[in-house]
Design a protein around this ligand. Structure first.
Ligand SMILES: O=C(O)CCC(=O)C(=O)O
Length: 295
């Protein structure tokens, strides 16, 4: 029998780890480079100067990730473990990243109008580290980048229903977190059509269409790519996928219920969105550089 998911919190090293000035400067440069081909060429050059994961050969998911921009891992966690992790996260304080003036609250006390209840201490959870430093994910990221990935952040948040209009990432957009990066999404609640499924335009990560940095309307996206390419990630608690979110995506505004998501960002260089919280020590996997750890 597998061990129960632990609610152990790792000790805090730093509450506000800030990106360095070169990270900010490079961010401003790379976010102006919009063509996916140019972005890929620049990331290939960066990889020439970065450590390689020699063991990361022939990952079967790589071709699908390159082609579609997304790979699915149904049942990444079994239902029991997903429920245990959900229960642990349910006890943790949340805050609304778009309305910080609301302070911290438990999910059941979320102020009206909350769309996203972010769990700030998720990067301290050992169980979340076990997922973020999963060798399969690290080797896939290493192959996708052509060099060893940074584990840049671990986040978890609830998406709440009860709102009429989408807010921020509930509108289609492209992320500009780094010149090359991936996000791993793990559902910890069942997500049907009404619980705010993630949506992604298959193949849009390599397509030079709608390359601006602003939010996009559904109509614009449907007209540019066709409705047939818009994937709707419904799934069960424990299902996961990894995605190049330079591709066009959003978290659909939930109509009912709540969605709990754990997310890990892998990147070729540190991002300005890196984990603010750090724990003491070194990366638990030699095949990654962790920005969640500080030695
Ligand atoms: O909540 C979602 O499914 C989308 C989140 C998102 O846009 C992102 O993490 O970049």
């Amino acid at each position: 029998m597998q061990q129960a998911v632990s609610g152990e919190l790792l000790p805090l090293k730093r509450r506000i780890a800030r990106p360095s000035i070169p990270v900010y400067v490079f961010h401003r440069i790379q976010e102006r480079i919009r063509h996916p081909g140019t972005r890929k060429r620049l990331s290939d050059v960066i990889s020439l100067f970065r450590p390689k994961n020699r063991a990361a050969a022939a990952n079967a998911d790589l071709a699908a990730l390159n082609r579609d921009g997304v790979v699915h891992f149904p049942g990444y966690l079994d239902a029991g473990r997903a429920a245990e992790l959900r229960e642990i996260l349910s006890q943790m304080a949340c805050r609304d990243p778009w309305k910080p003036q609301h302070g911290t609250f438990l999910l059941g006390d979320a102020p009206p109008g909350t769309h996203v209840a972010d769990i700030a201490e998720a990067p301290l959870l050992r169980a979340a580290h076990d997922i973020a430093f999963d060798e399969h994910l690290l080797s896939l990221a290493a192959e996708y980048f052509g060099s060893v990935p940074y584990v840049d952040s671990i986040q978890a948040w609830w998406s709440l229903s009860g709102n009429d209009e989408p807010e921020e990432a509930e509108n289609f957009h492209r992320d500009n977190d780094a010149i090359r990066f991936l996000k791993f999404f793990l559902y910890l609640t069942d997500v049907g059509e009404d619980q705010g499924p993630h949506k992604f335009v298959r193949g849009s990560h390599v397509e030079p269409v709608l390359l601006g940095t602003s939010r996009l309307s559904d109509a614009e996206v449907e007209e540019a790519f066709g409705t047939g390419r818009i994937l709707t990630m419904t799934g069960r608690a424990g299902d996961a996928f990894i995605e190049d979110t330079f591709g066009v995506h959003k978290g659909q505004l939930p109509v009912s219920g709540t969605r709990l998501l754990l997310q890990v960002r892998y990147s070729i260089t540190p991002t300005i969105f890196r984990s603010r919280l750090t724990v003491p020590g070194k990366s638990p996997a030699a095949t990654s550089i962790s920005l969640i750890h500080e030695g």
